[in-house]
Design a protein around this ligand. Structure first.
Ligand code: QUE
Length: 367
């Protein structure tokens, strides 16, 4: 059974809406290579056909839009249960999909209900119309598993205010619907129960001479009728001055000690976020620092190309497998990182994450 459903909705007048549904709910709709490839084929097909006026991406089940890449599968390839070239093929196509989503001229509505995490953020970020609902929880928590915020986070995090990017990336903070709007990581907050009416409004729209505008108008009207009340209070907004102070250093050690000190905060959310950083992978912290310092001067394609080198390096080294083992496989939540503190990580170890991990041309040279 395919875990990607591709539907074409014909409208009066010959226009078509393309609809992709992620359907792997037991794994929180984590995407494996056999889901990524049909998504890529579908968006390329739709982009080439002018009658396709909009694309909707949503997901099965009530819990998650997408928890990220199917890392558990990747872990198996490392311990020999899947083909050895799976990581390179997986990351290449996952990053290609996120890149190409960003670049579509056809409007893309992503219905980010529930968990939007890791690679799920990459898919979500690439949509032109990002909808959050009352249950949206958005995070890039790769520091917990010894990876790094990927799928374009080098690009989209490095373009946020500095303190916000440092906080979100280094702590893997879970953002509420209100926080995503405040950060500019989503456009609309709409109650999930209004989804059918949004789909119906898209199906009934007849004026598609400016598809981006038509979609924006329909979503704005839905938001007016059914705004998710949870957007009232953004903790990220309320705590912005605290976070600005905590994340202000120009050296990684200062930023990390500033943010780690928030474990003492009376705000439970901030304290939990800071604890993620304290327990997180020290090498990941170095990778994040590099991503945020350099990312804003790189194009989206360059960011994806760089991330591929980083991801394959994470597959060569021990921490990523150890993080997945501890968090997702054995679930003991006690990863034994290669280096204990940020100061212990040798510069040469960090530098090795930017070395080409493939033979010949870059697999994403054509982006
Ligand atoms: C941090 C992450 C991810 C994570 C857990 C973290 C992530 C990811 C998954 C995930 C969840 C369910 C699955 C699966 C993977 O969990 O990126 O294969 O079935 O994809 O703490 O970054």
């Amino acid at each position: 059974m395919s875990r990607i459903h591709k539907i074409e909705v014909p409208l009066n007048g010959g226009a078509v809406i393309g609809h992709l549904t992620l359907d792997n709910p037991k794994a929180l709709n984590a995407v494996a290579l056999d889901m990524i490839e049909p998504m890529l084929a579908a968006i390329h097909d739709w982009e080439a056909r002018p009658e396709v006026v909009a694309i909707v991406i949503d997901a099965a089940g009530d819990k998650a839009f997408c928890a990220g890449g199917d890392i558990v599968n990747l872990y198996r390839s490392k311990i020999g249960e899947a083909p050895a070239d799976y990581p390179e093929r997986f990351f290449t196509q996952e990053y290609r999909l996120c890149h190409d989503l960003h670049r579509l001229t056809t409007p893309v509505i992503a219905w980010g209900h529930g968990v939007v995490m890791g690679g799920g953020c990459g898919l979500f970020a690439g949509a032109s119309h990002r909808v959050v609902t009352e249950t949206t929880r958005l995070a890039m928590p790769e520091i917990k598993i010894g990876l790094f915020p990927d799928c374009g986070a080098t690009w989209f995090f490095s373009r946020l205010p500095h303190y916000m990017a440092r906080f979100a990336a280094l702590t893997g903070a879970t953002l509420s619907p209100a926080d995503t709007l405040f950060a500019g990581l989503a456009e609309h907050a709409i109650r999930h129960e209004a989804k059918d009416s949004v789909m119906a409004a898209l199906g009934e729209a007849s004026d598609w001479h400016d598809p981006q505008h038509t979609v924006s108008t329909i979503l704005a009207e839905a938001e007016e009728r059914a705004r998710a009340a949870e957007v009232a209070e953004s903790q990220l907004m309320a705590e912005a001055p605290t976070l600005q102070r905590a994340a202000a250093g120009s050296h990684l050690v200062d930023v990390v000690s500033g943010l780690a000190a928030l474990t003492d905060s009376s705000n439970e959310w901030l304290a939990a976020c800071a604890q993620n950083l304290v327990d997180g992978c020290p090498t990941t912290a170095h990778l994040i620092h590099d991503q945020l310092e350099t990312g804003r001067y790189l194009s989206l394609a360059q960011c994806m190309q760089r991330e591929l080198a980083m991801a394959l390096a994470c597959c060569r080294h021990a921490d990523f497998a150890e993080g997945v083992r501890a968090l997702l496989v054995d679930k003991d939540k006690q990863p034994a990182w290669t280096y204990t503190t940020i100061a212990d990580v040798p510069a040469a170890h960090v530098a090795d994450h930017f070395v080409a991990g493939w033979n010949g041309a870059h697999p994403l040279a054509d982006l």
